[in-house]
Design a protein around this ligand. Structure first.
Ligand SMILES: O=C[C@H](O)COP(=O)(O)O
Length: 352
């Protein structure tokens, strides 16, 4: 049990923990929890001059990354509000070889009501319960996800293009995108050919992503860079810039299947590319760290990163997503502790 530090009321009593949570979480949550924006990144021609001579100061990035999560921390009601905010930015994911329509249906139900009803009420969110940013699945699982999410406003994201390695021939990769879009996916998480980056084949990378963007039609394209495979932060910066020039609506760190997935140094590097691209074009492109993010603390660290490096617009689900298959359970557990003062066992929040 943590000590109750809520202010004493005029009658000398303290408000109940649930009531304090209700009043303050609601008041510190941003007014609108917007969904995916209609706006698309139009891209540019390939402009190697925007990244050819880029230098990445590794030790400065590592120093900055090391301070993230230690210098600042949000507490109590603010922390609860940030955790609710994080839920709205999660791409709730299942990408396993044994996925079934039944598992996807259960995940979609969780996406609709990511928090237990009593917690939603205690947090004062009964009139606008939080929903996740999207549900992310393999292409053959799009149809059951769409069916289970109908009417919820939650988009279905599909990985495609030979996920996770991306080494299928391009025509098949493009056909996979079209299939997922026809099945009802509103967002497509493509994987790039890492060899194009490792060999400095920028035109080939640009052409590949541009063809994928065209195949997406109205669906938003998230470009997974597979940063754990790219060897250097310079390569991460260059791949980010080329993907955005080719029209990516989001850049995403990882598939979750590489040896190293979302890290702070990689995220800082991609964020610098996002900022530079924004300065050069006036366009806002989204960011999605993914892979290995499992705890409420991870969520808070990445939200802090977005707020400090890019500002408030990147705290909304139209510009920020966290790709995670197993983070929601810890967030729900922390929010339960906030409301009740007690932790439930992890098994209590087993799903996602
Ligand atoms: O795109 C999302 C990732 O595949 C999720 O990775 P994770 O299973 O490590 O959370």
């Amino acid at each position: 049990m943590t000590q109750d530090s809520s202010p004493i009321q005029q009658d000398g009593t303290r408000p109940s923990r649930a009531k304090t949570a209700l009043q303050t979480v609601k008041s510190v949550l941003p007014k609108a929890l917007v969904g995916p924006s209609e706006h698309r990144n139009p891209g540019t021609a390939l402009k190697p001059e925007w990244f050819d001579t880029i230098q990445v100061n590794l030790s400065a990035i590592e120093r900055r990354a090391a301070t993230m999560g230690t210098r600042r921390s949000v507490k109590k009601n603010y922390q609860a509000a940030w955790l609710v905010k994080a839920i709205t930015c999660i791409d709730l994911t299942t990408l396993a070889g044994d996925d079934t329509p039944g598992r996807v249906h259960r995940l979609a139900m969780k996406a609709r009501r990511p928090l237990r009803d009593d917690l939603v009420e205690a947090l004062g969110l009964g009139d606008a319960p939080p929903k996740v940013g999207a549900v992310c699945v393999y292409p053959t699982m799009v149809a059951p996800a769409v069916k289970a999410l109908r009417g919820s406003g939650i988009p279905v994201a599909s990985v495609a293009t030979g996920f996770p390695a991306g080494l299928t021939p391009l025509p098949q990769r493009l056909a996979e995108i079209r299939y997922a879009v026809e099945e009802g996916a509103g967002e497509i998480d493509i994987v790039i050919t890492r060899a194009h980056v490792l060999l400095g084949e920028w035109q080939a990378l640009y052409d590949e992503v541009a063809a994928m963007r065209e195949a997406c039609g109205p669906a938003h394209l998230k470009a997974i860079l597979g940063t754990g495979d790219l060897k250097t932060l310079r390569n991460v910066y260059k791949a980010s810039m080329v993907a955005m020039q080719a029209g990516a609506d989001f850049i995403k760190t990882s598939t979750g299947k590489e040896d190293v997935n979302a890290t702070m140094p990689v995220s800082l590097t991609m964020i610098r590319a996002l900022r530079d691209y924004g300065d050069l074009t006036g366009e806002r492109v989204g960011f999605k760290p993914a892979g290995g993010l499992k705890t409420a603390k991870d969520a808070l660290n990445w939200l802090t990163l977005m707020k400090e490096e890019l500002g408030h617009p990147w705290l909304q689900p139209d510009l920020f997503r966290i790709g995670a298959s197993s983070m929601l359970a810890d967030i729900e557990r922390q929010l339960e502790h906030h409301v009740t003062g007690q932790y439930a066992s992890a098994a209590h929040h087993a799903m996602a």
